[in-house]
Design a protein around this ligand. Structure first.
Ligand code: MN
Length: 430
């Protein structure tokens, strides 16, 4: 089935601001609360949110096999379960409806009043109910940098790293959408030159610039997904800020890996950009040496050229861009990650989320965390207002953006913006 929705020549009757992340060729999926406090599944063109539940009730999806309530839900899980064929039919239909040459909805002001919302009238929600969350560690630059700092530069990469996409299972309960503030965590840390830990607020709160992919039901327990089929089970991608407390992490992470340093919060961008929409931006992954085992081998281009950037905005200050990176630097592709994840028969469900790991580029101005950018506090980053940062301070807002751009078409993810609040203080008891 051709992906007609990706046609670069298509124009829409919705006005799309220049450099918008959401031209008619994007058609992402999300969940929002409308001005009437109704929760619905929607998409976005330019700065207009489109209520897919209402469109379906008005008959605009007639002929596509969908249950009546598929878009009248507070998560995308059931729609994602319908599978790739249905996602394509729906995206193509939306593309047709909003095509400048299509008069049906365009000339029905009564229907438009029900279906269209401006972005400031709605509140974006978490797009899926996340059953399981796995975080990979797939940037060679990031793994080398962290290994150098936490252990020793000579053995920065563990012996397994070049042979398999390393990952850990995280918590889905503390994944929140853009706009929801997160709190500085409390925890155990080991002060420098001390043998006994102390308890208190983390002093080294950091962001991790990641992207994540969201899957559909992919397999039965016990059944691996062959690497050639993995991409059929990836619905789309979001920006992902995997908040981290480096001092807690350093003390707790051996021998079983990250725990409380990571599970206090992760933030995602609210619009899921489909893998179909990203299709024109495919590119090669880094060359892999040594050659991976056969179950991890796949020919062709399986990475995507997605430009990424991070701003820090202090309270009452203006934003400073602290890094620019790219998704294409990731050593292990999403296809390899999903093939590896299921090679033992692990079951993948609709709405599962898989983080890429911190996406550090090859140069110091493209690193994906403050740990690396300020090199463990030794090279402070200067902000526009003259202040320095080595990690994130209370009141700072961290904003991530990601977009692809080629031949005059820009497909983006919008913004993932999160404010760091001070530690939780319990109400005093008398
Ligand atoms: Mn991470």
């Amino acid at each position: 089935m051709p992906i007609e929705a990706n046609n670069p020549n298509k124009k829409t009757w919705i006005s799309v601001p220049e450099n918008s992340d959401f031209p008619i060729q994007n058609i992402p999926f999300g969940v929002f609360l409308t001005r009437d406090d109704i929760i619905t599944i929607g998409t976005r063109i330019g700065d207009q949110a489109i209520d897919l539940g209402a469109l379906h009730q008005l008959g605009y999806f007639d002929g596509i096999p969908l249950t009546d309530d598929i878009f009248l839900q507070d998560t995308l899980n059931d729609f994602i379960s319908d599978g790739q064929k249905t996602w394509r039919l729906v995206r193509n239909r939306i593309s047709e409806l909003f095509d400048i040459n299509n008069k049906s909805l365009q000339h029905s002001s009564a229907h438009k009043k029900i279906v269209l919302f401006s972005m400031d009238e709605i509140e974006m929600q978490l797009p899926v109910q996340i059953g399981d969350y796995t975080d990979f560690y797939s940037s060679k630059e990031h793994a080398t940098n962290v290994g150098s700092m936490f252990r020793d530069p000579k053995s920065a990469l563990m012996p397994n790293w070049l042979h398999l996409p390393v990952a850990y299972h995280g918590r889905s309960s503390t994944i929140v959408p853009s706009g929801v503030p997160v709190r500085r965590p409390m925890g155990q840390t080991l002060p420098k030159d001390s043998e006994r830990p102390v308890f208190g607020p983390s002093k080294l709160v950091d962001f991790e610039l990641e992207m994540a992919f969201i899957t559909t039901d992919a397999n039965l327990m016990g059944e691996p997904i062959p690497i050639t089929e993995t991409e059929d089970y990836i619905f789309g991608m979001v920006l992902f800020n995997d908040w981290s407390a480096r001092d807690i992490q350093k003390w707790e992470y051996q021998p079983l890996g990250p725990f409380l340093a990571k599970n206090f919060a992760s933030s995602i961008s609210p619009w899921i950009v489909t893998l179909d929409a990203l299709e024109p931006f495919r590119t090669a992954s880094p060359v892999q040496n040594p050659e991976p085992l056969p179950y991890l081998q796949l020919k062709g281009n399986h990475s995507f050229d997605i430009q990424l950037e991070v701003d820090i905005t202090p309270e009452n200050g203006s934003p400073t861009t602290v890094t620019r990176s790219n998704f294409k630097y990731m050593y292990w592709s999403m296809a390899q990650q999903l093939a590896h994840h299921t090679v033992n028969g692990c079951k993948i469900n609709s709405g599962d989320i898989m983080g890429s790991g911190t996406l550090s580029g090859p140069t110091p101005d493209s690193y994906g965390s403050m740990l690396e950018l300020a090199w463990q506090g030794t090279k402070p980053i200067r902000l526009n207002n003259g202040e320095n940062r080595t990690f994130i301070q209370d009141g700072d807002t961290v904003t991530m953006r990601g977009f692809c751009s080629k031949d005059g078409i820009r497909i983006g993810f919008g913004e993932l913006s999160t404010k760091l609040l001070p530690i939780f203080k319990s109400k005093s008891k008398k």
